[in-house]
Design a protein around this ligand. Structure first.
Ligand SMILES: CC(C)(COP(=O)(O)OP(=O)(O)OC[C@H]1O[C@@H](n2cnc3c(N)ncnc32)[C@H](O)[C@@H]1OP(=O)(O)O)[C@@H](O)C(=O)NCCC(=O)NCCS
Length: 293
């Protein structure tokens, strides 16, 4: 086992494809997501590669993100052999603990979480990917009286993180986002915000396009993310309106299908609204967590 390097990325992606084929992961992250994920990633400290006769045969990567309660890490392992897989998971858990994380998370396809309980992790929730075909009829965006929709060409800088963070403050394992993370590199007309006629921000939906190799979904895929409505404006149809609008814009941009991710125990039952719009559950991950404090 050796520390990883930036030029291991190609080998890691190959291993990730094998994880997807085995049902342990839902997809190989798309390029835009991967670039974001690995920006400034410290390969030497936060990854390990296992070399075999034919090159890298297993890998573990540990990413971290701040939450109000402390850093939460995400351990990603790509490995065919169960015993080695457990060793790599243990390495990731030990590193997370030593680095002062409050918790470490592991995401794996439903039914593929063998050994995690023995390593001290526990099942915390299902995480769903929901998909929708964009080649047929799309839901009509239904405007809500008293609100207008603005996009990234019309919203003042700083506006996105404020409405995003207020909408997600009560979400499980909420992690505040900076403005740059939310808007950098995003097509401005795929960032949508509902505001009141007095100019108060009420809801947000962000979207972007991704292309996935060796993937069953019609490509490219429109990713819908950060669907949030601030609490005092909920249950008026704002999220449904913004997501329906985002789907139209994604299709216009060339997307043939759409995907989003949602907590399967989401207390605001976001998945119900997504189902009504035409999304269907396509992949269930299990989220396991080890807590250290
Ligand atoms: C999930 C969330 C985005 C929904 O936002 P919203 O603006 O309240 O969504 P909508 O009003 O479009 O739809 C929500 C429900 O209200 C209902 N609704 C819409 N207009 C309504 C009205 N005028 N009166 C009563 N109910 C109404 C919808 O039918 C929908 O019902 P359903 O949950 O049974 O499908 C919001 O609760 C939220 O921000 N939650 C926290 C962040 C989060 O979890 N985001 C999802 C991440 S994947």
């Amino acid at each position: 086992m050796r520390p990883g390097r930036e030029d291991d990325l190609f080998a890691v992606l190959e291993l990730w494809h094998a994880e997807v084929r085995a049902g342990r992961q839902d997809c190989v992250p798309g390029e835009a997501h991967m670039t974001k994920l690995l920006a400034g990633f410290d390969w030497g400290a936060r990854s390990r590669m296992v070399e075999g006769a034919n090159g890298v045969e297993a890998a573990v990567l540990v990413a971290g993100r701040p939450t109000p309660g402390g850093t939460v890490t995400q351990i990603s392992v790509a490995c065919e052999r169960p015993a080695l897989r457990n060793d790599l998971l243990r390495w990731g858990l030990d590193l997370s603990k030593a680095a002062g994380a409050v918790a470490a998370q592991v995401w794996s396809g439903r039914g593929h979480s063998d050994g995690l309980a023995e390593l001290g992790a526990h099942y915390v929730r299902p995480w769903w990917r929901m998909d929708m075909d964009l080649t047929g009829a799309l839901p009509n965006p239904q405007p809500v009286a008293g609100y207008v929709v603005r996009d990234g060409n019309q919203v003042a800088p700083g506006g996105w993180s404020e409405v995003h963070n207020r909408s997600f403050a009560d979400h499980w394992r909420f992690s505040p986002r900076y403005e740059a993370e939310l808007v950098t590199g995003r097509l401005p007309h795929l960032a949508l915000m509902a505001i009141t006629d007095k100019g108060g921000p009420a809801a947000v939906t962000l979207a972007h396009l991704e292309s996935y190799a060796e993937d069953a979904r019609p490509q490219p895929v429109g990713l819908v993310s950060s669907v949030g409505t601030v609490p005092e404006h909920r249950r008026r149809g704002l999220a449904t309106w913004l997501v329906a609008e985002a789907l139209r814009r994604l299709r216009k941009e060339g997307a043939a299908s759409a995907s989003l991710y949602v907590d399967g125990w989401n207390h605001t039952r976001a998945f119900d609204a997504y189902r009504k719009l035409g999304f269907e559950l396509s992949f269930e991950s299990e989220v396991w967590e080890a807590t250290f404090q």
